[in-house]
Every structure is written in C-alpha cells, then in structure tokens.
Design a protein around this ligand. Sequence first.
Ligand SMILES: [Mn+2]
Length: 241
Amino acid sequence: MRCLFISDLHLEKERPDITRAFLHCLQTRAQGADALYILGDFFEVWLGDDNPDPLADQVSDALRQLSQTGVAIYLMHGNRDFLIGRDFCRRSGCTLLKDPTLLELNGERVLLMHGDSLCTDDTDYMRMRRWLRNPLSLFILRNLPLKTRHRIGRKLRNESQQRTRYKALDITDVNHGEVLRVMREHRVTTLIHGHTHRPAVHPLEIDGRPVQRIVLGDWDRDGWVLEVDEDGYRLESFGLG
Ligand SMILES: [Mn+2]
C-alpha cells in the first residue's frame, strides 16, 4: 500500500513552475501508487467547470492519464476551488470527496479535511463559509453568467495579489479545541489536512491515547507531499526549481 496526499497547490497560469512540478510529480512519485488524494485549494480560483481554461485541460489530461494506469485519484474542495464539479472530475478521472472523509490506513482510522472548517477563531470567515457552501448559494453561484463569475474572480485575484502569495501569517490557524472535538467525534488516530500553509506533524493526546495531526504544505517555494505506506507517514518537501 502506498498513498500520496497533497493540497494547496493553488495552480494558476501565473505560476507555470508549480504546474510543471505537479505534472512531474504525477510522472514520477505518483506512478504505481494506490491512490492520490488532493485535499483542496488545488486551483487558485475555479469559476466553474464550464469556464474554458487551458490550464484546467492540461491538468485534467494528466490526471486522467494517471488514473488510467490504475492510480485512484480523489479530490476534496478547498475554499478557493469549491466550485469544482462533476464535469471536471469526470474529465480527470477523479472522485470528489466530502469534507470530512473517513479513511482506513494501515488498519487505523484517519480523517481527511481541507482544514478551513477548523479555523473557528476566524468568525467572519466561518460565517462567509456557511453562506457560500449552502446548496442554494452554490446553485446560484454555479448558474451566474460566466462573465459575472469572471468579474468576481478578478476581484478575488486583485485582493490576493496585494498580499502576494498566501503566507501562513495571513491565514488564521486551526483552533485546538475544534481539532480535538473533530478527532474525538470521528474516533480517529490521525487527522490530515491542509489550508493553513503550516506544514508539520503534531503529536497529540486524546483521553490518554497518542494521536497525530498532519498538516500538508502549500506549494510555493517548495512542493509538499505526504507519503503513507506500511512503514508509516512521511511528510516531504522538495524544491520547485
Ligand atoms: Mn484553503
């Protein structure tokens, strides 16, 4: 068994180096794996599956090629690309995962999340998230004219460019109590998430039992992959250059 976990690539045409590194990763590391899990913010912005986008086509072609070799590919929404829909998944041969998703790895219960829902200290964001993810808002957003969605996308882009790339300091970290609550609720020994751009392995304890929270890294100066096999968990980074 060998599974790979990645998140927060924030793919965009302004960063061809990240796309290149990701495609390289599909042709090397991901070959022969049982599964590849992409835990959100795969794309910097997603205006809808109906938006013609050469980058999306390039990426979905590469994913489909990998899936045809027998690697199962799973995709979870992030806060930047939650409009990814069935069409993109069909095109790229991947399965959309709910947030959270429970998994069994090496006989242990593992929870997968994007991670934004753990940042409960950012109350403004949590309110906006509840609004954006409600089925009615999603329906409205998906059915806005493409031109309107482009205008919203440009606005988001302008805001994010003022901050250059999203640094960990711009993102509220997870709330520790919420982490423990979620891990207890799902009775897991490992929680894997991204979003905060603070890659690390945190050993924790719940009711006297050792558990761990693994935070995936964002792809910016380096790329990050979590590899899991019979020997355990390895969070690795590599230069994009
Ligand atoms: Mn995120």
